[in-house]
Design a protein around this ligand. Structure first.
Ligand SMILES: Nc1ncnc2c1ncn2[C@@H]1O[C@H](COP(=O)(O)OP(=O)(O)O)[C@@H](O)[C@H]1O
Ligand SMILES: CC(=O)N[C@@H](CCC(=O)OP(=O)(O)O)C(=O)O
Length: 297
């Protein structure tokens, strides 16, 4: 069913369900992380942009944080640059950070900005470097060497963990009803550009803004159990157990860790949903049926 073919009766039903939710989110900030895998098809991306504009028009303050892992991978491949991951994070050398910044703050960011503006919004595309928004420290991770079974430090290169978020610029944009679209790059204390996992970045922004909700849009329906069935809700304790027993792995680990962090920072509702579903954001916020996995305390 397209937007143009909703009957008046359906419109009334949808509105009566949506109204109490709209009041709940009035003047609240909602951070939406748009994952690189969720961006996929152009019509879904355009529907996403329309959802974001609708939020702005209903007196909600949307802040978009985007990823772009698959888009970075495509460009690195075209340029013949090898890329590896450790603990779910891209090992980022000097050549790679240049491409990461080009793809994230360049093409991906501007594409989303373009779609939102085309849908009638006023989006402003930035990265965490702008206005010193996100300062990060170099990420340190240890991994167990499978041969010796000894824990070793892994040098991830130009990869960062957010340390400090300065909200000056973001609050100004929000105040002027502009829609911030943020690429997950940060600056180190000594001025280097650092690549930040987009989920982690979104959690830091949502936490600093004390956002009402954080929505993480990905390419799966939510957190799946061992038999690939959707888990509709998950406590922090249960989530940690599923990470420890390997049910949650790969890219889902930073996502779930971000949810836990955001809840601990005071974000009230945190969900992982399928961004490939048309109008996933509206369905999640304005209808009574939650579609993905709600993580709670
Ligand atoms: N328990 C799980 N439930 C759902 N997805 C999982 C789980 N464990 C690992 N994953 C993987 O995590 C992926 C989502 O993370 P990622 O690829 O980083 O997405 P994004 O680009 O949206 O950030 C899924 O496509 C899936 O392959
Ligand atoms: C350090 C690190 O791994 N950074 C990520 C940033 C993009 C990202 O996280 O994009 P998705 O949300 O689409 O996965 C990367 O280089 O791929």
């Amino acid at each position: 069913m397209t937007d143009q073919h909703i009957s008046p009766l359906d419109q009334a039903r949808i509105l009566s369900e949506a109204l109490p939710h709209m009041q709940e989110y009035d003047e609240e900030t909602i951070v939406i992380k748009y994952g690189g895998h969720a961006m996929g098809a152009e019509d879904t991306a355009k529907a996403f942009a329309r959802d974001i504009v609708l939020l702005e028009q209903t007196a909600i303050n949307p802040v978009v944080v985007h990823g772009g892992g698959p888009q970075i991978a495509t460009m690195l491949k075209r340029l013949g640059i090898q890329s590896e991951f450790a603990a779910g994070l891209r090992i980022t050398d000097a050549a790679t950070i240049e491409i990461v910044e080009m793809v994230l703050a360049g093409s991906v960011n501007k594409q989303i900005v373009g779609y939102i503006n085309e849908a009638g919004g006023k989006a402003v595309g930035l990265s965490g470097k702008d206005g010193n928004m996100v300062k990060a420290s170099k990420t340190t991770r240890t991994m167990v060497d499978p041969d010796s079974n000894i824990e070793k430090a892994v040098d991830l290169g130009f990869v960062g963990d957010p340390e400090k978020v300065d909200l000056t610029l973001l609050n100004q944009l929000i105040g002027y009803e502009l829609i911030p679209v943020l690429a997950p790059l940060a600056t180190s204390q000594d001025g280097q550009t650092l690549n930040v996992n987009a989920d982690t970045f979104a959690g830091a922004i949502a936490g600093a803004l004390k956002a009402k909700r954080l929505l993480l849009l990905t390419d799966v329906p939510g957190v799946l159990d061992k038999s690939k069935k959707l888990i509709p809700d998950l406590s922090i304790k249960e989530a940690r157990k599923l990470i420890a027993d390997g049910t949650i792995s790969g890219g889902m680990i930073p996502k779930v860790e971000t949810c836990i962090y955001a809840l601990e920072q005071g974000v009230q509702g945190v969900v992982i949903i399928d961004g490939k579903t048309q109008h996933a954001v509206l369905l999640e916020l304005f209808t009574n049926q939650g579609t993905g996995t709600l993580i709670h305390k």
